[in-house]
Design a protein around this ligand. Structure first.
Ligand code: UD1
Ligand code: CA
Length: 455
């Protein structure tokens, strides 16, 4: 049995008042269309087709090869949109799910039960409906005395009696493919709007006494359609809660799920505690037993196990195990803190590796640097990495003690076991086990190291 999906995404989304195509507006960090394709995955066996129109190039670029695209130009309604997929799919699939890219909260299991309902239906298609008190402009479902669906009436043409109907058209259908391609050509042009409505296929089936079945849904959080930015924020809130609940069911603790913002696709290990006002974005992966937040923003970063991250902003950074960062630290792209690093308040690290056990307690900037294990970075240390033209690197060895307020003028190498005095301005490489002081710093004596030299 071959099942594919046609996703209608050609509309401009006028009600969004945006220059971005509606389906690219993000929801928990991913464009709307991503969510629908993700949900469809478990219900289809063939590559999905996305009907693009408004902003076609942008949408196609985003989709890459996750879907085949067909162009609908001009956009003459949802029935006309579905018809554009015929040339790609005719004869190639048994069932076609047609759904709208602005219904991003529908779940995979809903699409699967839709397909299952259609497999058991002797008629040409089934659809998903929802019972809801607030109709939100959705089409109303009319039923025959035998319970099968007899028509979908769009809100703007519904009589006052029909407007009271609480069963709504969600916008997800599963068709017998052969019937669909033929029926789409028979949809009459809507006299008022001059468009071809997909919803009119119900009447085409009913005219031929073919039964249309419905999967009725009562979970409103799945059927939030997005026509305005108000809907977008409602959908975001519902999806955020769904994501948070899933993490909690998988063993992640949250003090306040209402103020915990986690993008779709973020991974978190068990026994990690997420504190309030924490934002986890993009391709972020967090291990087990960590305490993250409060007041923390993490994007595209990897965190190992048993770390503490308090009031930190990090992007494109890696923390290994048992790292302790914050409060008020900033980790930028390429920051890599190995196990047992302690980074305290008001520090910034960019494109640098801090070796195991490095301590950097207070207001320092480390950029384009490599720091060996167990080195101490004193308060106010700065790698002067930029000479006005290019970035230069600083290499600091193991067991080094950088005194408070040291300026490390790159390019620079500091040997293992060396020490800088408070306020030193270091412009020349420092040999192993040497103390340097002053402005610019000069060697004053050879040192005995307390920890043993390695190798
Ligand atoms: C549609 C349904 C309505 C249903 C509601 C649920 C029709 C006629 N009405 O109304 O019964 O309750 O969805 O969400 O189908 N699109 C195209 N090409 C077009 C027009 C639309 O690809 O020419 C796409 C849009 O990008 C959008 C989707 O189809 O993703 C739905 O279009 P929209 O205008 O939002 O339909 P609704 O008025 O919400
Ligand atoms: Ca819509």
């Amino acid at each position: 049995m071959k099942v594919t999906a046609v996703l209608l995404a050609a509309g401009q989304g006028t009600r969004m008042k945006s220059s971005m195509p509606k389906v690219l507006h993000p929801l928990c960090g991913k464009p709307m269309v991503w969510h629908v394709l993700e949900a469809l995955k478990s219900a289809i066996t063939e590559k999905p087709v996305v009907v693009v129109g408004y902003g076609a190039e942008e949408v196609k670029k985003y989709l890459g090869d996750s879907a085949d695209c067909v162009l609908q130009e001009p956009q003459l309604g949802t029935g006309h949109a579905a018809m554009q997929a015929e040339s790609l799919l005719k004869g190639k699939t048994d069932y076609v799910i047609v759904t709208y890219a602005d219904m991003p909260l529908l779940r995979g299991e809903t699409f699967r039960s839709l397909v299952e309902t259609q497999r058991l239906n002797s008629g040409p298609f089934s659809l998903v409906t929802a019972i809801a008190d607030d109709p939100r402009g959705f089409g109303r479902i009319l039923r025959n005395p035998d319970g099968t669906v007899s028509a979908i009436v769009e809100e703007y043409v519904a009589t006052p009696e029909q407007q009271k109907i609480k069963e709504l058209n969600v916008g997800a259908y599963c068709f017998n493919a052969d019937w669909l391609w033929d029926a789409l050509h028979r949809i009459p042009k809507n006299p008022k709007k001059g468009e071809y409505y997909l919803t009119d296929v119900v009447e085409l089936a009913v005219q031929n006494s073919l039964p249309v079945q419905a999967v009725v849904h009562d979970d409103f959080s799945e059927t939030i359609g997005i026509n305005t930015r108000i809907h977008l924020s409602e959908a975001e809130a519902a999806l955020r809660m769904r994501i948070n609940r899933e993490h909690m069911l998988n063993g992640v603790s949250m003090i306040d799920p209402n103020s915990t913002y986690i993008d779709a696709g973020v991974k978190i290990g068990r026994d990690t505690l997420i504190m309030p006002n924490t934002h986890l974005h993009g391709e972020t992966k967090i291990g087990e037993g960590n305490v993250i937040g409060p007041n923390t923003i993490i994007r595209d970063s990897i965190i190992g196990n048993r770390c503490k991250v308090l009031a930190v902003v990090m992007e494109g950074a890696v923390l290994e195990d048992e790292v302790d960062v914050g409060p008020f630290a900033r980790l930028r792209k390429g920051a890599h803190l190995k196990s047992h690093v302690h980074m305290g308040n008001f520090g910034e690290v960019k494109d640098s590796t801090l070796g195991e056990g490095v301590k950097m307690g207070h207001f320092s900037y480390i950029g384009d640097a490599k720091i060996g294990a167990n080195t101490n970075i004193g308060a106010g240390t700065v790698t002067a990495n930029y000479d006005g033209e290019k970035k230069n690197t600083t290499e600091i060895g193991e067991d080094v003690f950088i005194g408070s307020d040291t300026m490390l003028v790159a390019p620079l190498k500091i040997g293992n076991g060396a020490r800088t005095g408070a306020g030193a301005i270091v412009t020349k490489n420092v040999p192993e086990d040497t103390l340097v002081v002053g402005m610019p710093a000069r060697a004053i004596k050879k040192l005995e190291r307390k920890t043993k030299k390695k190798g």
